[in-house]
Design a protein around this ligand. Structure first.
Ligand code: SAM
Length: 329
C-alpha cells in the first residue's frame, strides 16, 4: 500500500475497544459515554480485518484502545496474531496499555509473541497519578510493569507532559526508567476530543521538557529509531533512552507509515484528520475479502499529507472532535 505521497503503509494500529478503566483528564471527559456494545466489531471480525491488512502489506500491528486489556476475550485476537507472526507474515505485534491489567496478562502476551509494549504512566506519585487518571491506582500499574519485565517484555513508558500536573516528577521518572531499564517517551497533549479546559491550561511543549531535563541530566543525541515518530537521546548518567514526541512538528507526518482502525471498523487515515472509511459495511457484506480490500485501497489513495495541529490554536478548543480513546493511541 503506497499513499499519494509515496509513503509505504506497513503499520496498523487497532483500537479494540473505546472503553477504559481510567479517565485520564487530558484524554477523556469525566462523564464519558461509550459506544453501545452492538456497534463494536466482534474479535473475529477485527481479526479478519487484521488479516486483510496483512495481505495488503502491513508488517506491524499495535493493539490499543480505550484500554485494550479490558476487552473481554482479547487474548483470542493475540493468539490469532501469534500465528501470523509465526508464519512470517507479520514482523511485530505490540500493545499500548495503561498497565492496570498487565499483572494478569503479561505472561500470556509474551507467549503470544509480543516482545515490546508501551505503558502509559504520567506520574510516579500515587496521589498525582490518581488525580490525573481519575480512577487509576499506581501500585497496580507498577505491579503490572514488574510482571511485564518478569515475562521478558521490553517496555517504553509514555508520559504526556502536563505543566503543573506532572512536570515536577520528570527527573524522578528519568531516574526510575534508567534504573529499571525502560525507555521513556514524553508526548505533547494533542487537541483531540472535548475534555475540558485542563488540557489547554497545562499544555507543555516537549522542547520545554527537554530544556528542563538538561538542567539535571546529560542528554546525548543518538540514531536510535523505531517505526514511530519519537526522536531519541541517551541519558549519560543512567544509560537510559528518552524519546520526545512532538505532534506539532511537521516531520511527524513526513515519515508516516500508519493508519488506524477503530473498534467499529472505521479506518482513519490520520490521527488529526476527520476523513475515514467504513470497513464494517464491506466486511459484513460477504464472506470474501475483496470488497474490504478495495475499500482499504481506496482509502489509502486519499491519505492526507498530515495533520495541522497548531499549538497556537489550542485554546480555541479541540481541533479534532473524536477522543483519542476512540481512534486509539
Ligand atoms: N489505554 C491505553 C493507554 O493508556 O496507553 C491505550 C489508549 S491511550 C488513548 C494511548 C495513549 O494516548 C496514552 O499514552 C495516552 O496518554 C495518550 N493520549 C490520550 N489522549 C491524548 C491527547 N489528547 N494528547 C496526547 N496523548 C494522548
Amino acid at each position: 500500500m503506497i499513499d499519494p505521497f509515496g509513503r509505504r503503509i506497513t503499520y496498523l494500529r487497532v483500537s479494540v475497544t473505546d472503553r477504559c478503566n481510567f479517565r485520564c483528564s487530558y484524554c477523556m471527559a469525566e462523564g464519558m459515554t461509550f459506544l453501545p456494545r452492538e456497534e463494536l466489531l466482534t474479535l473475529e471480525e477485527l481479526d479478519r480485518l487484521c488479516g486483510v491488512f496483512i495481505e495488503l502489506g502491513v508488517r506491524k500491528l499495535r493493539i490499543t484502545g480505550g484500554e485494550p486489556l479490558v476487552r473481554r476475550g482479547v487474548m483470542t485476537l493475540f493468539r490469532s496474531l501469534h500465528r501470523q507472526l509465526e508464519s512470517g507474515r507479520l514482523d511485530e505485534v505490540t500493545v499500548t496499555t495503561n498497565g492496570a491489567l498487565l499483572a494478569r496478562y503479561a505472561a500470556e502476551l509474551a507467549a503470544c509473541g509480543v516482545r515490546r509494549i508501551n505503558v502509559s504512566l504520567d506520574s510516579l506519585d500515587p496521589e498525582r497519578f490518581r488525580a490525573l487518571t481519575r480512577l487509576g491506582r499506581l501500585d497496580e500499574v507498577l505491579e503490572g510493569i514488574a510482571a511485564a519485565r518478569r515475562a521478558g517484555l521490553k517496555l517504553r513508558i509514555n508520559a504526556v507532559a502536563l505543566a503543573g500536573l506532572n512536570d515536577h516528577g520528570f527527573d524522578a521518572m528519568v531516574a526510575w526508567c534508567g534504573s529499571e531499564g525502560h525507555d521513556l517517551a514524553f508526548i505533547e497533549a494533542m487537541p483531540l476530543g472535548e475534555t475540558g479546559p485542563e488540557r489547554v491550561a497545562h499544555w507543555m511543549s516537549v522542547d520545554e521538557v527537554r530544556r528542563r531535563l538538561e538542567e539535571r541530566w546529560t542528554l546525548q543525541e543518538i540514531d536510535y529509531r523505531t517505526a514511530g515518530p519519537a526522536r531519541y537521546v541517551r541519558v549519560a548518567e543512567t544509560g537510559g533512552r528518552i524519546g520526545f514526541i512532538t505532534p506539532y512538528s511537521h516531520n511527524f507526518c513526513e515519515a508516516c507509515n500508519r493508519v488506524r482502525l477503530t473498534c467499529t471498523g472505521t479506518l482513519y487515515l490520520c490521527l488529526g484528520q476527520e476523513d475515514a472509511a467504513d470497513l464494517r459495511g464491506p466486511l459484513r457484506a460477504g464472506e470474501g475479502n475483496a470488497a474490504v480490500q478495495a475499500a482499504v485501497m481506496a482509502a489509502i489513495g486519499r491519505k492526507p499529507r498530515g495533520h495541522d495541529f497548531d499549538a497556537a490554536r489550542l485554546a480555541a478548543g479541540p481541533q479534532v472532535v473524536r477522543f483519542m480513546s476512540l481512534t486509539g493511541g
